[in-house]
Design a protein around this ligand. Structure first.
Ligand code: F0G
Length: 369
């Protein structure tokens, strides 16, 4: 038990039961926390589950698709669910420095939660391969930001080595409490749908999230909070598909920079989730990812980052291959917000604002009136 007191502002005392207090408060009984854990929260979780009929129509499918919009978490990705637990536990243990390797979202989240906990945060990033919004977040939250001349796998290797010195707390998903926090998204889906889905689609990078969701679904099923177990359908980018290709990828490449990973840390756990759930893993090309990225924005008004479009590209493929039976309930995770990567979005949109003289007539002409 630690003697570090709870952080007053992080444990809201308001009596209003409508106040959402974050995933630890909501799902404490399923998480490795106790009354002595000083909860560091930004009130993450409770994200919308949005039915996407327009997208299904555009796919030519005959199933129910529900999108879990994790991009509206406090740092705009699903990482906040794991980070609230990881930083709370680091604080409980009395750690003063948290560190992570990241393709951008983990670092944004770690930096924010560390700021909240008054802890030092160090982020190790692949130089030049971080989407602009994510880099802005790490810098703005005040993390010590180190760009290695290598890829994510190099950064994670270094971070693990530093973790072994015992001087820093690693908050990558190799830290099991990250997985514990992230599994709460599976609980929320079951609570929101009133059942578990038949199919669960998600992008796969370092493979922590597929591991976490599968753990969450299994735990909810075991306490009869879910009536079934979904089949897990994971998608990697074609240039960064070690699990699909069955080999390490030394120089992974993809426009979906979040999942530009050649040696996933949770490879084995992901393989187990796929096998146990009778799931499926495949790779989608950058062209398919970008087409889905644009399609979901323009059919549903949902702006997700390119990595989040990988499972949507997967749904398009699986629909064509008739792998999703009519009437199925399908969920897909929109893991990060589209504003994280504005440069790719502007390129993908494929058009620029029309510049006109400041007159009503010129604007009307553009509208076609
Ligand atoms: N989608 C987004 C937006 C991500 O940021 C990540 C991973 C994934 C999907 C894949 O999840 O790694 O659990 O399989 N981002 C990590 C990071 C690697 O550093 O932010 P995964």
């Amino acid at each position: 038990m630690s003697s570090i007191p709870a952080i007053p502002h992080s444990a809201p005392r308001a009596s209003n039961s409508a106040l959402w207090r974050g995933v630890i408060d909501r799902y404490a009984r399923y998480l490795p926390v106790s009354d002595a854990t000083p909860i560091v929260t930004l009130h993450e979780g409770n994200t919308p589950l949005i039915r996407a009929d327009n997208f299904v129509e555009a796919c030519g499918g005959q199933f129910e698709l529900w999108l879990k919009y994790e991009g509206v978490n406090p740092t705009c990705s699903f990482k906040d669910r794991g980070m609230t637990v990881a930083v709370s536990k680091a604080r409980e243990r009395g750690a003063s420095i948290v560190i992570c390797a990241s393709t951008g979202n983990t670092s944004a989240s770690a930096a924010a939660y560390a700021a909240r906990a008054k802890m030092k945060c160090v982020v190790v990033l692949p130089h030049g391969k971080i989407a602009l919004g994510k880099l802005a977040q790490a810098l703005m939250y005040g993390a010590t930001t180190i760009a290695v001349e290598g890829n994510f796998d190099d950064a994670l290797r270094i971070v693990r080595e530093l973790g072994n010195t015992g001087q820093v707390e690693v908050v990558n998903s190799v830290n099991p409490v990250r997985i514990e926090g992230q599994k709460t998204a599976a609980f929320e889906i079951c609570d929101q749908l009133g059942r578990a889905p038949d199919f669960h689609f998600l992008p796969v990078g370092n493979a922590g999230n597929i591991t976490a969701y599968w753990k969450g679904y299994k735990e909810y099923y075991s306490v009869q909070k879910a009536d079934r177990l979904p089949r897990m359908f994971g998608f990697q980018a074609a240039g960064a598909a070690p699990i699909v290709d069955g080999r390490l990828i030394e120089k992974p490449e993809t426009v979906a920079s979040a999942i530009r990973i050649g040696n996933p840390a949770s490879w084995q756990a992901a393989t187990a989730a796929l096998k146990e759930s009778k799931g499926h893993i495949d790779k989608v090309t950058d062209e398919e990812i970008l087409a889905a990225h644009k399609l979901i924005a323009q059919t549903e008004g949902i702006f997700a980052e390119p990595a989040s479009a990988a499972p949507l590209a997967g749904i398009l493929r699986c629909t064509k291959a008739r792998m999703i039976p009519a009437g199925s309930v399908v969920t897909a995770i929109m893991t990060g917000h589209g504003l994280k990567d504005p440069e790719t979005a502007i390129k993908t949109a494929g058009f620029e604002p029309t510049i006109v003289a400041p007159k009503k007539e010129t604007v009307m002409k553009v509208i076609g009136l």
